[in-house]
Structures are given as structure tokens and as C-alpha cells.
Design a protein around this ligand. Structure first.
Ligand SMILES: [Zn+2]
Length: 122
């Protein structure tokens, strides 16, 4: 048995099975409010096509990366993250227990810069 986590991005979010509050979307990526946020603003940016993670060859796609960064920029602008208190983008490159679909967390103040190592596991 594999211990890999379910790919809930492909299985639930991108199928439309789980209703998420969308922040930004284009042909390649979707950004949405995390259903279990660790901070007041906690948005997840994912490719619409399956990319297993940052170490995946598919992550090198220039158009995809442009869309990922544009989603981060639009999220920061539209959710009030540019108020001077700062925000960060967290991407697990490879770690056990991480959902096997590339996802970047855009997180405002409150979660702690060391999240998730010392916080809740999402
Ligand atoms: Zn996937």
C-alpha cells in the first residue's frame, strides 16, 4: 500500500466536486481560498493539469509558471495582502505526506513563517 496522500486537487477541486471560493483562474491554473485556512488569507494555487510537484518535469513549463506567478500576484492584490504586513508563498518541493499535486500556498500574516512545520498539517 502506498502511503501517498490522496490528490484532492485533481479528485475534488478540479472536478468541481468540492465547491471552492475562487480567487483567480485562467486556462492553466486555479487559485482558491483554502477550505481550512491557517491564516486570515490562505489561498492555494494549483495547475489545472496534473503536475506531481516542483520536481516534476512538467513544472518547467514556462506558460504554466507565468500563470502560477500571475495567480500569486492577483491573489495578493485582490485579498489585501499588499497592506505592508507581508505575505509569503510556500511550495513543498518534496516531502512525505504532502498532497502529490503541485500547490503553492499564498499565506498572509498569522500562520508563522515556519508553517507548516510547527503548525497544523494541511
Ligand atoms: Zn493532480
Amino acid at each position: 500500500m502506498s502511503m501517498a496522500r490522496r490528490d484532492w486537487y485533481c479528485e475534488d477541486v478540479l472536478t468541481g466536486g468540492l465547491d471552492v471560493r475562487r480567487v483567480f483562474e485562467d486556462d492553466l491554473v486555479l487559485a482558491f481560498h483554502h477550505p481550512r485556512p491557517v491564516a486570515e488569507v490562505h489561498v492555494v494555487v494549483v495547475p489545472k493539469s496534473h503536475v506531481s510537484g516542483l520536481m516534476d518535469e512538467a513544472a518547467l513549463d514556462g506558460d504554466l509558471l507565468t500563470s502560477m506567478v500571475r495567480a500569486v500576484q492577483q491573489t495578493a492584490t485582490s485579498t489585501g495582502l499588499l497592506d505592508g504586513r507581508g505575505f509569503y508563498v510556500r511550495a513543498n518541493a518534496a516531502a512525505p505526506g504532502v498532497t502529490p499535486h503541485m500547490h503553492w500556498h499564498v499565506i498572509g500574516p498569522g500562520a508563522g513563517a515556519d508553517w507548516p512545520e510547527t503548525g497544523s498539517k494541511i
